[in-house]
Write a protein that binds this ligand. Structure first.
Ligand code: UDP
Length: 491
């Protein structure tokens, strides 16, 4: 490891985007640079966003790390947003979501000015701030991009696709594995607008390289393809969540502002799990954004109940929840509690803590990349239920390339989570499919998947272990060394 005195000179700014799936892992990365890289780290954010992770920063500071947050005021009143609503996860309607996006765009000038004045040695930026590539070029520092996703999806999204015509099947060409998807499952990001997509591509090219939350033994073919065929520089530093969140409080408080209520909920979840047998509970979660329509919620409930499996199901609250849903959930929850069968967690669960609990035997996941890595690191086979973003590619990777998941059978990609919540009957996954997939993954039928994911769990943990020269550990040390050498030989 580089000596502390050499590291003292490395000042790095982190620019996380205000959406949980990107912000949570980027804060983990920032903490990694301070804790294991000895760097002087500043996370640029807003007050309400900082509140969701400030405790862990304070703990790091107390432990001697040089890490802080720099707060930029969020234009809530100008946009007519309630105070404290500064993250896309807080939006309960599409209108609110577009106002928050607008507010994030308005932060560009103050952040740009701050970077110009402070002149850090390196900028680690979320992909959704393409403008930060130009500031980095302007002041002559490296910009490292963080995409929040894995290699496979990147390669699959860029791969040439051919249509067979038969059942509207699309196949990828030129990848280490040929992947077939229904045309309706192929991600279509044109909704972002062509100029924004061009700006993203342009900022990719201007970046020094990418930090990836992945590890070599998991995605080796695609790490290689990304570097040698697509031609992008990258450092795989994953699984970041496991590497940095060793403290019990970090695991329980990750991603949400800590309140007395949250602590009480977390304790009761852990107590409930403690009373269950090993591998007897399935964890069901669709990430930080998905708000399902009532009909889908009811189908999941019936499917879980008839599977006979114990479960923890995390469900996000919707803007309005009709009387019928509330009544249904009340009686469902009461029945599940009485039978000692299941817990419904409204809003936010301590996911890292739950996944690593011995009582958990598998997960149902929407295939968000963080959840995928967290499940792999916990050695859990998955029922895959992709919805939007790059999740259908992740599903293919898990089920067909690595063989650690089974599909529930979703056939249609949607532009974003709002359309998921407006879903029609055609995209609703019926209770029989839920029951079948849950029974499968919790039974002996999934033994092969379980063995494979257990091996990956070992590899994931070794990747970040310095005592055995782990790949992510070595990549990180090489990156720190390279960034320091750029200080004397600027780009
Ligand atoms: N998460 C959590 N509790 C929840 C929901 C999500 O801790 O109730 C965390 C989860 O551990 C993961 C992140 O939020 O780190 C979600 O990211 P992912 O890529 O899985 O999905 P997204 O929310 O971006 O769709």
């Amino acid at each position: 490891m580089a000596s502390e005195s050499e590291n003292k000179e490395l000042r790095i700014f982190f620019l996380p985007y205000f959406i949980a799936g990107h912000m949570i892992p980027m804060v983990d990365i920032a903490r990694l640079f301070a804790t294991h890289g000895g760097a002087d780290v500043t996370i640029i954010t807003t007050a309400a966003n900082a509140a969701t992770f400030q405790n862990s920063i304070d703990r790091d500071k107390k432990a001697g790390q040089r890490i802080k947050t720099h707060l930029i005021p969020f234009p809530s009143s100008e946009l007519g947003l309630p105070l404290g609503v500064e993250n896309l996860n807080d939006a309960v309607s599409p209108q609110m979501s577009s106002r928050i996006s607008k507010g994030i765009k308005m932060l560009r000038d103050p952040i740009r000015n701050l970077i110009r004045e402070s002149r850090p040695d390196c900028l680690v930026s979320d992909m959704f701030y393409p403008w930060s590539a130009d500031v980095a070029v302007e002041i002559g520092i490296p910009r490292l991009i963080f995409h929040g996703s894995g290699y496979f999806q990147f390669c699959a999204a860029l791969a040439e696709k051919t249509e067979s015509g038969e059942n509207d099947v699309v196949s990828t060409r030129g990848l280490p594995h040929t992947i077939k998807l229904l045309r309706s499952q192929v991600a279509d990001f044109s909704g972002f607008g062509s100029s924004f997509i061009e700006a993203l591509q342009d900022s990719n090219k201007k970046s020094y390289g990418a930090i990836m939350n992945s590890f070599t033994d998991f995605e080796s073919d695609y790490e290689h393809h990304f570097r040698n065929v697509i031609g992008s520089k990258s450092w795989s530093l994953g699984p970041i969540s496991y590497w940095i969140n060793k403290d019990f409080s970090d695991k329980t408080e990750r991603g949400r502002t800590t309140t007395t209520q949250l602590r009480a909920n977390n304790n009761s979840i852990v107590n409930w799990l403690d009373s269950k047998e090993e591998n007897s509970v399935i964890y069901v979660s669709f990430g930080s954004l998905t708000r399902f329509p009532t009909i889908q919620i009811m189908e999941i409930a019936h499917g879980l109940e008839s599977s006979g499996q114990k479960f923890i199901w995390v469900m996000k609250k919707k803007e309005t929840e009709e009387e019928a849903l509330l009544l249904f959930l009340e009686s469902f929850e009461e029945r599940m509690k009485r039978k000692e069968m299941g817990l419904v967690v409204r809003e936010w669960a301590p996911q890292l803590l739950i996944l690593e609990h011995p009582a958990i035997g598998a997960t149902v996941t929407h295939c968000g990349w963080n959840s995928v890595l967290e499940a792999v690191t916990a050695g859990l086979p998955m029922v895959t239920w992709p919805l939007f973003a790059e999740q259908f590619y992740n599903e293919k990777f898990l089920n067909e390339v690595v063989g650690i998941g089974v599909s529930v059978g979703v056939t249609r990609w949607s532009f974003d989570w709002w359309r998921v919540s407006e879903g029609t009957e055609a995209v609703v996954v019926g209770r029989e499919k839920v029951e079948k997939a849950v029974r499968f993954v919790m039974s002996e039928m999934s033994l092969g998947m379980r063995e494979r994911v257990k091996k990956l769990e070992m590899s994931a943990k070794m990747a970040v272990d310095n005592t055995c020269g782990g790949s992510s550990w070595s990549n990180f040390m090489a990156l720190i060394h390279e960034l320091k050498s750029l200080k004397t030989q600027p780009i």
